[in-house]
Design a protein around this ligand. Structure first.
Ligand code: NA7
Length: 543
């Protein structure tokens, strides 16, 4: 299947109706919708193929934590009917194949310029155009600039002293070599124990001679319950996918494979609570967090779920010296992204796998031969940084974006992202973010949220174009009210109580703001529809 660059026209053509940054799920669908409006669009993509997140995250065991039957586009019955998933949770290679299949079906590549990173986007107020410059010297102008840059795309390696001295190879899970890595016979150090580590550690341990895992925070993890998908389940899903996807948009998380129990924990008997938790644990996946109506809202309810999870986790850990270390005890369950695993905890039972607590003794430096923590040097042949991303804002602020009067987005957002609906920011006309901060995004099934945004943006651009309206831009007032609302909703949940990437807490110096909108996809969709129905209430339209 062709993944190589096939864009040719864009380099010569300098002006488009729209520029799209990124060719992951969001950029691909946005391009398709703009074409449908008869508009021209140029997509810039840093990778040499489509895929976005799924292009870069090729680490061993990389797998989506949303079920594959729900983690696919819902805009085309034909596309979904002709594609068949093989597992309950699709692995990265299968998702990337799916994205390439969609790119083929829709002939998307001819408008995508691959291996090209957008460096700057500057609004020319007089012309009413965005001028976009890339690292390869392209310069294009477009009325609309759409950031499909992804929420988890700016991979981050912490600034450990001595990293340049390390004599072996090192890798970041979010920027994994295309050709793969063979750890056979190697002493490997993995830093981090978030989802990427939880997925990759069991497979790295299978190959490595010795594995040392450096853990700062123990995470809640539960068995994913991955399995091959039976034919009947696939056929059933194909028959109802379109209506299921419409339904998904009315739910909190954009997922319909399980329902949330709305009863608060305190109103249930101990037996009912235990049964609910047990059933959901056995289902695998995020269903567990739907055990009571208030798991994410009150400590009492959350503690029931957290205690249950710790007890289950404890059952499979055999080495007494690591049990307490592996059991999370410093944050409520679910406020950091729950990890879904396949034999993660069991991996630490193996004699060649060690766990180092770098909460107690933070990593001091990297040396020629390894990693120093607590005054001890752990010798390794290679290092895997499973250290996460500058989430939600990193990919946007790394582009030099200048709006009206040359104002920089990165400066405007220095104290935290400010958007209206997560879709745009005051002072930046005709600039759209797909699943930007202030929208449900990472708290939801990303594809549902992507489609919700792309559909809204496409309709908006269509109406502006038809009505000869030159520009759209959030008003400062509407933005202020929305930012406050996002904070208010977050404060009714337990989310702000953990040092999570949702809060920007994994990046030294990043403001601690809960970035996604916790009100749910359904509620948020109603707000989007209302704003559009009221002629884009909260936006200023330029004649
Ligand atoms: P995460 O979830 O951000 O995990 C990163 C891990 O790296 C986490 O355990 C961090 O500990 C750890 N980390 C980060 N910096 C350091 C330093 N300086 N020292 C030690 N440990 C460190 O990223 P993932 O890639 O695993 O997952 C991202 C999302 O992708 C995931 O939530 C799913 O939605 C899919 P910390 O917890 O900050 O103490």
């Amino acid at each position: 299947m062709a993944q190589e660059t096939s864009a040719s026209a864009q380099a010569e053509t300098k002006e488009f109706d729209a520029v799209i940054v990124g060719a992951g799920f969001a950029g691909m669908y946005m391009l398709h919708r703009l074409r449908g409006l008869g508009l021209t669009a140029c997509v810039f993509e840093a990778g040499d193929g489509v895929g976005g997140t799924w292009y870069w995250n090729r680490y061993p065991g990389a797998r989506c934590d949303v079920e594959s039957l729900e983690y696919q586009y819902g805009f085309s019955d034909e596309i979904q009917r002709d594609w068949t998933w093989t597992e309950r949770y699709a692995a990265q290679p299968e998702i990337l194949r799916y994205q390439n299949y969609v790119a083929d079906r829709l002939d998307l590549r001819r408008d995508i310029r691959f291996s090209t990173r957008v460096a700057a986007a500057t609004y020319d107020e007089r012309a009413g155009l965005w001028s976009v410059a890339t690292n390869r010297g392209d310069r294009v102008a477009a009325r609309f600039c759409i950031m499909a840059t992804g929420c988890l795309s700016a991979a981050r390696v912490p600034d450990f002293e001595g990293i340049d001295e390390f004599e072996g190879p090192w890798y970041h899970t979010g920027d994994w070599p295309k050709e793969g890595v063979d750890f056979s016979g190697k002493r490997v150090g993995v830093i981090g124990t978030g989802s990427s580590a939880v997925q990759s550690i069991p497979l790295i341990a299978e190959q490595a001679k010795h594995l040392t895992v450096f853990q700062r925070t123990a995470n809640f993890t539960l068995p994913a319950g991955n399995r091959p998908l039976p034919k009947e389940e696939i056929e059933k899903s194909k028959a109802t996918l379109m209506q299921d996807r419409r339904h998904a948009r009315t739910t909190a998380g954009g997922i319909i494979c399980f329902e949330y129990n709305e009863t608060p924990a305190a109103e249930m008997t101990p037996e009912d609570r235990a049964r609910e938790l047990n059933d959901r644990w056995n289902m695998g996946g995020f269903a567990f967090l739907g055990a009571f109506g208030d798991v994410m809202a009150t400590h009492e309810a959350n503690d029931y779920a957290a205690e249950f999870a710790r007890a289950k986790m404890r059952e499979v850990i055999e080495k007494p010296e690591v049990v307490d270390l592996l059991l999370p005890n410093d944050h409520p369950i679910g406020v950091k992204r729950l990890c879904l695993d396949t034999h993660y905890l069991e991996t630490f039972n193996a004699p060649h796998v060690d766990l180092v607590d770098v909460r107690k003794a933070p990593i001091e430096r990297i040396t020629k031969k390894g990693i120093v923590s607590g005054g001890k040097e752990y010798e390794v042949d290679c290092i895997v940084f499973a250290t996460g991303f500058d989430a939600m804002t990193g990919a946007l602020t790394s582009i030099d974006i200048a709006g009206r009067n040359g104002a920089k987005l990165s400066e405007k957002w220095a104290a935290g992202p400010r958007t209206y609906l997560g879709l745009g920011s005051a002072g930046f006309p005709n600039l759209f973010f797909i699943t930007g901060p202030g929208s449900p995004s990472v708290l939801s099934n990303m594809i549902v949220s992507i489609e919700q945004h792309v559909d809204w943006i496409a309709e908006c651009i269509g109406r502006l174009t038809e009505g000869n309206i030159r520009s759209i831009e959030p008003t400062k007032d509407a933005e202020d009210v929305w930012v406050e609302h996002v904070n208010e909703v977050a404060s009714t949940t337990l989310y702000p109580q953990a040092n999570s990437w949702y809060m920007g807490a994994n990046i030294p110096g990043k403001p601690r703001i809960f970035m996604p909108y916790a009100g749910g996809v359904g509620v948020y969709g109603e707000k989007l529809a209302e704003v559009a129905a009221k002629d884009y209430e909260g936006f200023a339209l330029g004649a």
